[in-house]
Design a protein around this ligand. Structure first.
Ligand code: CAA
Length: 284
């Protein structure tokens, strides 16, 4: 089976990037949101990203137009009926994701493959919520999706090897580098990244150094593109808190326990760039 028509559930931070790269790679792509307002915001942001790409000389006007022509927005999951692959990129909420997969199972053809962009939830649980657990994988992209080269494909003990192969080829067709991991919370990247980010918050809270100096140290001392606090603001403080809780619940290891300062930031509404303030202030 070749994956041609793609559906993306959710046009938020991740969904819009995933829909964009699918459409850009030539796939007829349907992307959904829960209401017209959120859909319009997501579509406008895709157009803005593409248009900046044209200004930077990264793509031509024609490529931008054909990408937009490949994209259709919807607020009705029924429009995923003809998709070969549906990638769920809804809010990181277990119940919501399970409900989406149950609905998709009744809408899509029996051969359709389902992928979840979850960064921390259990793929096996999503697979068994459908009548096709052998056709469900994790398909984890990184933020900002159009710029980040990596995709993690997550295989469960129920998935068919051929499906993992098809999804891997699909990811490569998007111009990404694909790695395969087993269904263990956090997969490869977050399993190693989350303890690092939480560690940065702990040493800030204990007064080791300023956050600016910690960011500089890790950027210049390790060659990372961003320091941990800049990255936390990009990923989202609330998202990191959510992921840390799930990882702690799964492994019960102190390295995954969300530090008190992280929880206070979430309660204070300082969720990062998306709210205008996280560790840094973006209001200007
Ligand atoms: N269209 C096309 N290309 C564009 C573009 C656009 N609109 N905007 C930027 N680019 C290109 C740039 O031209 C540049 O290309 P060259 O390298 O060929 O010059 C490249 O993309 C990088 O862009 P910038 O130079 O503007 O920005 P940068 O060098 O500061 O890099 C970054 C930005 C890629 C985000 C980099 O800072 C980075 O890699 N940061 C780390 C991000 C990260 O770790 N993300 C993962 C988070 S974890 C996650 O997502 C998973 C989870 O589950 C929590």
């Amino acid at each position: 089976m070749t994956i041609e028509r793609v559906g993306v559930v959710g046009c938020g931070l991740m969904g819009r990037g995933i829909a964009q790269v699918c459409a850009q790679a030539g796939h007829a792509t349907v992307v959904s949101e829960i209401n017209d307002e959120l859909l319009a915001a997501g579509m406008a942001s895709i157009e803005k990203f593409l248009s900046k790409g044209v200004d930077k000389g990264k793509l031509s006007e024609e490529e931008m137009q054909s990408t937009l022509d490949n994209l259709t927005g919807t607020t009705d999951l029924a429009d995923f009926a003809g998709c070969d692959l549906v990638i769920e990129a809804a809010t990181e909420n277990r119940e919501m994701k399970l409900e989406i997969f149950r609905s998709l199972d009744g809408i899509c053809g029996p051969e359709a493959v389902f992928g979840s962009n979850t960064s921390s939830l259990n793929i096996t649980e999503m697979a068994v919520a459908t009548g096709r657990p052998e056709r469900v994988v994790g398909l984890h992209f990184f933020n900002p999706v159009p710029l980040m080269k990596l995709v993690e494909v997550i295989s469960t003990m129920l998935v068919e090897d051929s499906v993992v192969g098809e999804v891997k080829a699909f990811g490569e067709g998007l111009g990404k580098v694909v790695v395969v991991a087993r269904d263990r919370t956090g997969f490869i990247v977050n399993r190693l990244l989350v303890p690092y980010l939480l560690g940065a918050i702990r040493v800030l809270d204990e007064g080791l150094a300023t956050m600016e100096d910690i960011d500089q140290a890790m950027k210049l001392g390790c060659g990372y593109p961003m320091g941990p606090f800049t990255l936390l603001d990009l990923v989202g403080i609330d998202t990191t808190y959510y992921i840390a809780n799930i990882m702690y619940e799964e492994f019960r290891e102190p390295q995954f326990a969300p530090p008190p300062l992280l929880r206070r930031m979430v309660l204070a509404g300082r969720h990062g760039r998306k709210t205008g303030r996280g560790f840094y202030d973006y209001s200007g």
